[in-house]
Design a protein around this ligand. Structure first.
Ligand code: ZN
Length: 312
């Protein structure tokens, strides 16, 4: 009669040597490699790279959920997995279903509650009379871009913070420090940038990715995806914000001013328009130089396509 430990060992061996469980891993690996290859070969296509990273993220959550469910089934159903004729196929099927269910539940919970947690953290106030134009501007750009019902709220902080928070009540947070630091057209472009994050659901995804990378702290891939997703989405929001306001150069100058002001504290959680944590592939923000370069290039492009009479 085998002891429980021997039985579990035998179950694990039978399970992980079966072609069925190995083929689930192989499919994961192959999809992973394909997505990664397309990602690495499309350096300038921000929209595609954002979608690919989202896919890679989903795959990585599923992979870990599948491995965890497999172990749980092998331990709890050791006799069935090791000896029953259909034990392994049943366990693999259970692990796939369990993995999918677990990853959906985790995703849903983070999606639903993560954003509210961010807003609570900053305890923002409503805009006062002097700041009322912010809401009018957001309503106007939002209507044009098809992003309805976005609230603007002000954070009482000297740091220069601007961020979009998605979820049930979509909100753009700006700090008093930012409003004092920037000119009006710079503030407009910063707000348009944040609105683009809401339009592309980056705001939800950023919080989602941030929380997940903490849950999957042992997953080496999420250390790479989380910052990579942030960087790509920043480029995209810069470009779309610059296009919609027609003032990419004002956004470039806003970014430089915010950078000169000094990086805000860690409290911004990698969600503000500019931050400093990490370098290279582990940085949540693209290099400032490259962002400014792309915005000025866009500015040149937009003014080059204007008729001479419209130039000032
Ligand atoms: Zn941004």
């Amino acid at each position: 009669m085998a002891s429980p430990i021997e039985l579990v060992g035998e179950a694990l061996q039978t399970y992980w040597l079966s072609p069925l469980s190995l083929s689930v891993l192989a499919v994961c690996g192959a999809s992973f490699g394909t997505l990664l290859y397309v990602f690495l070969t499309n350096a300038r296509n921000a929209k595609l790279r954002v979608s690919l990273l989202t896919g890679l993220y989903a795959l990585s959550i599923f992979f870990w959920a599948f491995v965890a469910a497999s172990f749980a089934l092998c331990v709890s159903q050791a006799r069935m997995v090791a000896y029953a004729r259909n034990g392994v196929p049943l366990a693999v099927f259970g692990a796939v279903v369990g993995g999918l269910a677990a990853s959906s539940v985790i995703s849903l919970l983070v999606w639903r509650y993560g954003n509210d947690a961010v807003i609570r953290k900053f305890s923002p106030r409503n805009a006062n009379l002097r700041e009322a134009w912010l809401q009018q501007y957001v309503d106007l750009v939002g209507e044009f871009e098809g992003v309805p019902r976005v609230r603007v709220r002000v954070v009482e902080s000297d740091d220069a913070i601007a961020m979009a928070v998605g979820g049930r009540r979509r909100t753009i947070l700006v700090s008093r420090g930012l409003l004092e630091l920037l000119e009006k057209d710079e503030i407009e472009t910063v707000i348009a940038h944040e609105l683009m994050h809401l339009k592309h659901h980056d705001a939800e995804f950023k919080v989602f990715s941030r929380v997940l990378s903490r849950i999957l702290f042992f997953d080496p891939f999420s250390k790479f995806f989380d910052p990579a997703v942030h960087r790509e989405r920043e480029y995209l929001a810069d470009e779309m914000g610059g296009r919609s306001t027609g003032k990419p150069a004002a956004l470039a100058s806003a970014l430089v001013k915010i950078a000169n002001r000094g990086t805000p504290a860690k409290a911004t959680w990698g969600l503000s328009i500019l931050g400093g944590a990490g370098r290279g592939i582990f940085s949540r923000y693209p290099p400032l130089k490259e962002r400014v370069h792309r915005l000025l290039l866009l500015s040149d492009l937009l003014s080059a396509s204007l008729p001479d009479s419209a130039k000032d």
